[in-house]
Design a protein around this ligand. Structure first.
Ligand SMILES: NC(=O)c1ccc[n+]([C@@H]2O[C@H](COP(=O)([O-])OP(=O)(O)OC[C@H]3O[C@@H](n4cnc5c(N)ncnc54)[C@H](OP(=O)(O)O)[C@@H]3O)[C@@H](O)[C@H]2O)c1
Length: 332
């Protein structure tokens, strides 16, 4: 089957009027090597970032996920520069960023918003998220502070990240009291990490109408199959990823059956394992799950775009589902 580009449907994100592509672009990779979190990825050439953003927008990806902590604002700035560079193509771009809560109280949400706006070159912040559930302040205080920003017109919508089902419910409750709703919970979710299916996060999101934004949808590159094909590539990784269990020889061995199944389907769809795994992510749970693959190379953006141009059949989704569960069982 030949893949057609941009033949996918946009979808409403959770309880909001945002209409977004099922895949957004993860922008942690644009951190420029700055700060501890920014050291995770190699420094990208500015021209490559421009191309990654351009190709994403041309292919219909209409939103970008960044954060204060990604290179201490470098990712936000790099994204804003790229959006400026692509001109009118950026008119349809939506921006999601995040406040870093560690060692801070809720007042810092308001105290840092002007900086966020400046880093993003005063583009609209369509979604502002609490990055982690570990602030000195309660969830209620954080939500009330976020609600103030919506009322002041500084942000459009509110999301959280890495929140448990209970905290997510609390966040939504407080926002409802303030005439708003929780739009999203950004959590780790992929075919090799399905904890949100067990810990109540996915079910609660569906019940409340909150969108799940899946981070690390490729298990940081493992689900592309490139490390299975060429295990020597692991040694050339610049950053702490290479020490994660999924990247060790035993981890690669364990996930091999899943990669083989993705490869098999990829041939049928004239696609790559990356595209099959991303397609599974955005179709296995109706319209609840959005995914934000990170791209460090231009061809990653090209593949992301094409990953939205077909839909796996229900029986193919089920087949991948059961192979992934088998692999996860063998890990225990
Ligand atoms: N909220 C949170 O706590 C949180 C945590 C983590 C991430 N995030 C967000 O989620 C986004 C994605 O997560 P992530 O970057 O951790 O992991 P990911 O999207 O699973 O993996 C990204 C990496 O996979 C490889 N890759 C991407 N496309 C590929 C392709 N087509 N073929 C082969 N390899 C490919 C690249 O690795 P190479 O660079 O080695 O080529 C890329 O850097 C981040 O950018 C960030 O916005 C949020």
């Amino acid at each position: 089957m030949v893949i057609q580009e941009a033949s996918f449907k946009l979808r409403k994100m959770g309880n909001s009027d945002l209409v977004l592509s099922p895949l957004g672009l993860g922008c942690w990779q644009f951190s420029n090597g700055n700060g501890i979190v920014g050291k995770f990825w190699p420094v990208l050439a500015q021209e490559d970032v421009f191309q990654i953003v351009r190709i994403s927008l041309q292919g219909g990806i209409n939103w970008f996920d960044t954060a204060e902590v990604y290179g201490k604002g470098q990712s936000e700035q790099m994204l804003a520069k790229a959006l400026k560079e692509v001109g009118s193509l950026a008119d349809k771009a939506h921006i999601a960023t995040k406040w870093w809560p560690i060692f801070r109280t809720a007042s810092s949400i308001s105290n840092t918003i002007e900086e966020r706006m400046q880093m993003l070159d005063h583009r609209t912040i369509h979604l502002h998220q609490i990055h982690q559930p570990y602030s000195f302040s309660s969830v209620a205080s954080q939500m009330k502070e976020m609600a103030k920003l919506v009322k002041q017109g500084k942000i459009k919508n509110i999301g959280v990240s890495n929140f448990s089902a209970k905290k997510m419910r609390e966040a939504d409750r407080v926002l409802r009291e303030n005439g708003l709703r929780l739009v999203s919970n950004q959590v780790k979710y992929n075919l090799l990490d399905r904890r949100i299916e067990q810990n109540g996060v996915l079910d609660t999101a569906k019940e409340l109408g909150v969108a799940i934004i899946a981070w690390s949808p490729l298990e940081q590159g493992i689900l592309s199959g490139k490390f299975h094909k060429n295990p020597a590539l692991v040694k050339s990784i610049n950053g702490p990823r290479k020490w994660a269990s999924a990247f060790r020889p035993s981890g690669l061995q364990r996930s091999k059956t899943l990669i083989d199944a993705l490869e098999h389907l990829a041939q049928k769809y004239n696609a790559s394992p990356t595209q099959i795994t991303l397609n599974w992510m955005i179709h296995a749970n109706g319209e609840t799950v959005f995914a934000i693959p990170g791209a460090s190379k231009i061809y990653h953006a090209e593949e992301n775009v094409k990953a939205m141009s077909f839909t796996l059949k229900p029986e193919e989704i089920d087949m991948i589902d059961s192979i992934s569960l088998e692999v996860l069982k063998s890990k225990r």
